[in-house]
Design a protein around this ligand. Structure first.
Ligand code: SF4
Length: 267
């Protein structure tokens, strides 16, 4: 069976490509995502996709970056409808392309994405399957720990991982979320600490990489526990292993602190 696989991003292709290959499918890949804004972000994601297709030995089918067409098709909708239209837009193009190029089926890596509506993707793909007279292959790549395996493979192959969904609307949503998170964390800091500590800790809130004890003295960890990292929320915490193993962290990796996953590098 020859399938055209729509690829939304390299991280979702890690698990989808692996599972389809293990299940014996023959398929080519099609990175069709004119929803991605701005253009340099599109090229970053496309490069990551190409890198992974080389690692996996998969063929790529050329696609267009027709962002104006995409924007015209979603601009009249609000959030939920817009996302549905966005998925429809990409899958319709995929089904049509698959039919034109003589594939006998199509599918999508969107099925691996935990933030996408699995049932909607299937529903719309079944409709497209009827319209374009081409088989749709439904596969739940999320099951059997698919989401965490995809995260592991993304790190293993050093692939770019995007921080927002794709369109300009999702950039605005991310910024709003970041602003709210910062306001909340500043509030927590104000309730938790005295004035001197507050001024010092506030200066650490914008740090991407936090070193302990160089940036944050160990006394803060002793006083506030792991919670202090959640308030500061750096991307990576570099910490002396003798200091952190008192808190049950014995090797480098990601650890849950309340509802946030912190990344620790131990030395
Ligand atoms: S948020 Fe994501 S799914 Fe929704 S319209 Fe934007 S790019 Fe598409």
């Amino acid at each position: 069976m020859n399938m055209l696989l729509h690829v939304c991003c390299a991280p979702d292709l890690t698990i989808s490509g692996k599972r389809l290959t293990e299940e014996g499918y023959k398929f080519d890949t099609y990175f069709y995502n004119p929803n991605i804004h701005p253009e340099n972000e599109y090229f970053k994601r496309e490069q990551a996709y190409k890198k992974l297709t080389e690692i996996y030995g998969l063929n790529t089918i050329k696609s267009d970056y027709n962002i104006k067409d995409f924007f015209n098709s979603v601009k009249h909708y609000d959030t939920e409808k817009r996302c549905e239209e966005c998925i429809f837009f990409r899958l319709e193009n995929t089904a049509r392309k698959a039919r034109e190029l003589g594939y006998d089926s199509f599918s999508t890596t969107l099925l691996a994405s935990p933030r996408k509506d699995f049932n909607y993707i299937n529903e719309v793909s079944e409709k497209l399957s009827d319209i374009y007279k081409i088989k749709y292959i439904k596969n739940n790549f999320r099951k059997n720990n698919g989401v965490s395996e995809a995260a592991f493979l993304t790190r293993k192959y050093g692939l770019y991982r995007q921080s927002y969904c794709g369109c300009s609307y999702s950039i605005a949503e991310l910024k709003k979320y970041q602003r709210n998170s910062e306001i909340q964390r500043t509030q927590t800091l104000n309730e938790l600490t005295d004035e001197n500590e507050r001024i010092f800790l506030n200066s650490l809130m914008k740090k991407t990489f936090l070193k302990v004890p160089e940036d944050l003295p160990f006394s803060y960890l002793k006083k506030y526990g792991l919670h202090i990292f959640k308030v500061l929320k750096p991307r990576i915490i570099f910490i002396n292993k003798n200091m952190i193993n008192l808190y049950g962290i014995n090797k480098s990796g990601r650890y849950k602190i309340e509802n946030w996953k912190a990344k620790f590098i131990l030395w």
